[in-house]
Design a protein around this ligand. Sequence first.
Ligand SMILES: [Mn+2]
Length: 372
Amino acid sequence: MRLLHFSDTHLGFNDLEVLNAQNINQREADFYDAFEQVVAQIEALRPDFILHTGDLFHRSSPSNRAITFALEQFKIIDSLGIPCVMIAGNHSTPRTNLSSPILKIFENFKNIHVEYSQAYEKFAFEEVVFHALPHMNDETKALSQIERCEQNIDPTKRNIMMLHCSVGAHYLMAEFGEWVYPREKEALFAQMDYVALGHWHGFGKVGKHENVYYAGSTERTSLNDKRNSKGFALVELGEALHVEYHEIAIRPIKTYEIDCEDFESAVAALHVKDVKDALVEVKLTNLTALQSIDIQTRDIKNLFEEALHVNIKREFKGTSNDTGLGDIEALSLEAYFLEHIKEESKPEEFERLKGKIQALFGAYEEASDDTL
Ligand SMILES: [Mn+2]
């Protein structure tokens, strides 16, 4: 029995202000392209089952384009006659009971089986039972759902568990409402033939469990994700479990560092290679405040003309080990600005300005919250 396990496709995700020839956000198009590559592999490999472990869409209310794309792709999958089991992840689960779950759109597909109601559900086939545990907003409910899973193990068949969560604290994505699988229930994994996980964006086996795997995402949802390899798992259930990682082609990300201690020679020594259409991240290190004004973003970008996008991080002298200005992207603009004011003003002046800054940013925050 062969299963194709993929996950975290985040359809509808978009980033950077770059449009492609069809006027679609280039990064959004990259996610569609990655999905199409997996579907092409499904057609070529013809597995017995297809598993998707959550975050099909990036948002619980995706755009029309993302929905249309998904429907077209699942029409292809459905036509292959291969059962496809899918669970909801935290990104495609509505946070309130007021909105309807998007995965409902697949209810009328013959071979697509979905679980999105934040409860355990089993999908039984002739030789295999899929135990689906989707993302649950209410963690207190999760334990009873895992117990239902335990009670439904069928010793006469293969048992496959599907989850969208962090197993242990290591796989947290720092996102809203993540679910951490309870440690005391990890023993249940040993009773399964395979445990298919979603949520973590890198492929890999989980710790000491030989049969527990994250498929990883099919694209990067953040420039902080520096992995240049994305793909899916092809799982073979014979006498022993055999899990093979299949890579797809994604837009590469390349990182460079320019040490501003000696800016000119650092630039001269740059070895810019294979950056065509890549995402490039340049870290300017050992910057002084004066240099930072002198070194224009435009000039740095010009060093990587062929890249799709150049992201510049400025790291100031003596602050590299601070939690402050080093990793600008990890900070909100508000925190960055506050840090700057703190450095530049007397303590009592800072206290006075702090409240004003927070109020000002507070007024804009709601409109630009991307974690939804
Ligand atoms: Mn995800």
